[in-house]
Design a protein around this ligand. Structure first.
Ligand code: ATP
Ligand code: ZN
Length: 874
């Protein structure tokens, strides 16, 4: 039997060598399967690889002098990649022109692929041969033997660093000629491991425990100490539970008071000491008895520290079989600390029922489903019931969300419907946590995996459905590293491989998706109305009229009125602005000087709370300026809008209002997002002020007003997708209002009231927006009519960028001609919109054409970032 094995080591040599053929030793044959992790010899080393295919075919073509080597070991009997994952990996590798090993590695939890070390040891030998070598061998050889006699083995790498490369080479040559040594490979332990911990358990119980307790209490009473025997209250001292950090230290009620201990312990008599020991042991047993959290465990050290016991006293308890040490595998649970009551399925509306039928019922016609439902139309409930149907058939599902930190509500709704059967994959998991979740998913302990784009690669054994919530989100595109895959495309491919439904849901589908639905590649299912509510009316306020009327505040008179109403009625409002900080730029009124970041082509932003200037791209901080560095005048002013500025303004207008600000400055991690959301949902604040982050899927019935402070910031970027993004943002933000019993109101402030994007958003009219937008995409031959590939080159030296760009441009042009590609052209090369970012210049060009894969296969541009189907051309 032969096996083709994918190793990352080989793939560096070029894609055609990514799969290497090995012989399967007879003893491994019964167990070897595709998808397994194996160790194979590669050059002098052992490396890890994945069995890609196996065959009984004994005939392979070999280079002269080449011979097939055997697979060394199977590292994990359970396949690490399943057949459908391997098929998907192959598609991604092809479409996104990325080495297969990169793609496969992306599907495995980080740290599973490992490297090996070559290790030398003394072979079985007779004394005589060894003595002979010790007499006749070179100095180094003798030293090596000496070392091996004392240390047993030595790493070849270490030998090289001890002797230097030249002498190491000589001695290794001698080693190979002699049969005194053997060399083999050891794989380093993988970095990802299940977390096993030694924990203490109370093993004695009933009469035996009672008998021990009486005996020990008696000993504890026998003392002349001025310290009363303390009693443990019920709630004290829980051990640290897994996955949670930073618990408060609790006072140890058993600790001897400072004042007593210093002098007392020196002067304690024997019976006093024994009494203390007994007290400590009693304390330890009580602590174990009082532990009510099943996920929390006492380690030996923590228990000794908490109870005051020494190791000797602890060991005594082990000897008496009161306690025992066990190895426990700890699972880190990301949902820990959230109590989510189980939720029951709701009776569906006719529209929802129809949608459900199209996904898992008799109306499913094998096509992917585009679920276009207005904001608040109950898409999430449809997802949950579709999942439940498939789970009842023994299958599992994946729900993708754009960004887990911003979609806590959706995550909790899923977790509440399928208690204990949900795995959450997010970027804040540690390597170990990822590995734990991955194994739990692989072993079938989970029905639903929810997470951002990489959750698509979860190894569910019987995947039955894939759902993409907010399918229009650009966050589904991986742009920053290879493969530059779009999770939507990958999900569609996976659905195709497995023949399972793929549901793409959105209130504002991507123009491209809606186009494909129109072309009947997708099945379009619509939820046109809200559940028990109507879409909120949207009022557009022309800011130019405000200025004419003498209102220079950033809050229009209408918005002020509405805010007053909300506050009077004790309802809630959300104010939305696509920019953080207090001012968007710092400008000198006298000479026009703008304060820019030293590393990026970006004006610095003023943050009033910390009183600093901050670059939002590289994080550079600088002090607030009093005088203009250019003309030395004191005319420095802060212009523009930001969330902080709005907060100040609102606080001035409504001193009684309780405000909450939600942006990347106030919420830096997942936990902080959750807390802000919880506080607003619990009505601890009246007005939430935030950036576009708050547009995503919030379902807060108390919110009756949404104000868009300025809709214009979203428009006006030179990118083909700008209008789509602006429309999406406005519609999604507007969709946060009036989701509860009380009617909602939306106010959009703008200097461009006639822009069709604002027009259509103000009528919640997706179809009209789409009609206008798709026409202009056709006119300019933008996606979906032609495909784009973006090439970006980055370097500290601007000339280098320019030169490389011109060279690549010429090569691309030549290939386009040689391959006879029609309708294919190149835009650029040109500096990127923000040419300098984080100290590097960026040049780019965009190749446009109906099919660029022929070109991508022949063009070699290793130093370039190549983004296939970029979601933005900026
Ligand atoms: N069949 C139903 N009966 C009663 N209430 C429902 C039903 N379906 C959904 N809801 C409720 O309606 C509200 C809106 O639903 P949901 O959040 O699922 O909408 P959505 O379409 O996902 O919205 P968005 O796209 O704005 O995030 C929720 O509070 C939900 O509990
Ligand atoms: Zn910067």
């Amino acid at each position: 039997m032969l096996a083709d094995v994918l190793t990352s080591a080989a793939s560096w040599l070029g894609e055609e060598r990514a799969l290497l053929t090995y012989v399967v030793p007879e003893e491994l044959e019964p167990e070897l399967r595709a998808g397994q992790l194996v160790a194979v010899p590669y050059g002098e080393r052992l490396v890890e690889g994945i069995v890609w295919t196996t065959s009984q075919d004994e005939w392979v073509q070999l280079e002269p002098g080449e011979e097939l080597r055997p697979i060394h070991t199977i590292l994990d009997i359970e396949p690490s990649l399943q057949g459908h994952q391997m098929a998907l990996a192959q598609w991604i590798a092809n479409y996104y022109v990325t080495p297969l090993a990169y793609v496969a590695q992306m599907m495995l939890p980080p740290g599973l692929m490992q490297r090996s070390r070559a290790v030398l040891r003394l072979a079985d030998h007779d004394e005589q041969a060894l003595n002979a070598a010790l007499q006749d061998g070179s100095l180094q050889l003798r030293a090596l033997i000496g070392l091996l006699m004392t240390e047993g083995t030595i790493d070849v790498e270490r030998l090289k660093s001890l002797l230097g490369p030249k002498r190491a080479k000589e001695v290794l040559k001698e080693v190979r000629q002699s049969d005194l040594f053997s060399q083999d490979s050891q794989l380093d332990a993988p970095r990802a491991k299940a977390r096993v911990k030694r924990i203490v358990r109370l093993v004695s119980c009933g009469d035996a425990l009672q008998e021990w307790r009486t005996r020990t209490e008696e000993r504890a009473q026998r003392n002349s100490l001025p310290v009363p025997v303390p009693v443990i209250p019920d709630h004290v001292m829980q051990p640290k539970s897994s996955g949670r950090k930073g618990r408060k230290a609790v006072v140890n009620p058993w600790a001897i008071p400072e004042a007593v201990s210093a002098t007392a312990t020196l002067t304690l008599g024997r019976s006093d000491k024994e009494s203390l020991w007994a007290q400590h042991q009693l304390a330890a047993v009580d602590l174990l008895l009082h532990n009510t959290d099943p996920d929390a465990h006492w380690s030996v050290n923590a228990l000794c520290k908490a109870s005051g016991m020494t190791k000797a006293q602890f060991n005594q308890l082990l000897d008496e079989h009161i306690l025992a040490i066990e190895e426990a595998e700890l699972r880190r649970n990301p949902l820990q600390g959230r109590n989510t009551p189980t939720s029951q399925p709701l009776p569906l509306t006719p529209d929802q029922q129809h949608a459900l039928n199209c996904i898992v019922g008799n109306e499913y016609d094998l096509r992917p489903i585009l679920l276009h439902g207005v904001t608040g139309s109950g898409k999430t409930e449809v997802y949950l019931q579709a999942l439940a149907t498939l789970i009842a058939q023994g299958k599992q599902g994946i729900i993708l969300v754009p960004e887990i930190a911003l979609t806590t509500q959706a995550v909790l709704r899923v977790a509440a419907r399928f208690p204990d059967r949900v795995a959450i994959i997010h970027s804040e998991l540690s390597t170990g946590e990822r590995y734990d979740e991955w194994r739990r998913i692989r072993s079938g302990e989970v029905d639903v995996v929810i997470g951002s784009r990489s959750a698509l690669f979860a190894p569910l054994p019987n995947l039955g459905i894939i759902i993409l919530d907010e399918e229009h989100e650009p966050a589904y595109k991986q742009a920053e590293r290879r493969p530059t895959y779009h999770a939507r495309n990958a999900a569609l491919m996976l659905g195709n491989i497995l023949d399972i439904p793929v549901v793409m849901g959105s209130a504002t589908p991507a123009v491209e998706s809606f186009y494909l639905a129109e072309q009947e590649h997708y099945r379009l299912v619509e939820l046109p109305g809200r559940i028990n509510a109507s879409l909120p009316p949207v009022e557009v306020v022309d800011l130019r009229n405000e200025l004419h009327a003498g209102n220079t505040s950033i809050i229009s008179r209408r918005l002020q009125e509405e805010l007053t109403r909300v506050l009077e009625n004790r309802q809630q409002a959300i104010l939305f602005l696509n920019r953080r900080g207090a001012a968007s730029c710092v400008l000198c009124r006298d000479c026009g000087y703008t304060v820019m970041c030293e590393h990026c082509d970006i004006p610095l932003t003023y943050h009033s709370t910390e009183r600093i200037l901050l670059c939002h791209y590289c994080g550079l901080q600088s002090k607030v300026l009093q005088f203009c560095p250019q003309c030395k005048s004191s005319g420095i002013r802060y212009f523009g809008l930001g969330t902080e500025k709005i907060q100040e303004t609102i606080q001035r207008l409504f001193p009684q209002a309780r405000l909450l600000r939600w942006d990347r400055d106030t919420a830096r991690n997942r936990r902080a997002h959750e807390q802000l959301l919880d506080r607003f949902a619990n009505r601890e604040a009246d007005i939430l002020i935030g950036t576009q982050m708050i547009a995503k899927g919030l379902d807060l019935p108390g919110v009756t007003l949404v104000g868009v402070v300025s809709a214009d910031i979203a428009l006006g970027l030179p990118d083909y997708s700008t209008t789509e993004r602006a429309f999406t943002l406005l519609t999604q933000v507007a969709g946060r209002a009036g989701r509860g019993a009380e009617a909602g109101q939306v106010i959009i402030q703008t200097f461009n009231p006639q822009h069709f994007c604002i027009e259509t958003a103000s009528h919640h009219d997706y179809h009209e927006f789409y009609r206008v937008e798709i026409e202009s995409r056709y006119r300019y031959q933008y996606p979906p009519f032609r495909r784009f590939v973006k090439f970006t080159y980055s370097h500290e030296n601007r000339h280098r960028c320019q030169n490389e760009a011109i060279l690549l441009y010429d090569r691309l042009q030549q290939w386009i001609e040689r391959l006879g590609l029609t309708d294919t052209d190149i835009v650029g090369p040109a500096p990127a919109l923000m040419e300098r970012l984080r100290g590097k210049y960026h040049w780019q060009m965009i190749v446009r054409g109906p099919d660029l894969h022929q070109l991508l296969r022949v063009i070699e541009a290793p130093q370039w970032e190549i983004d296939i189907d970029p979601v933005s051309t900026l």
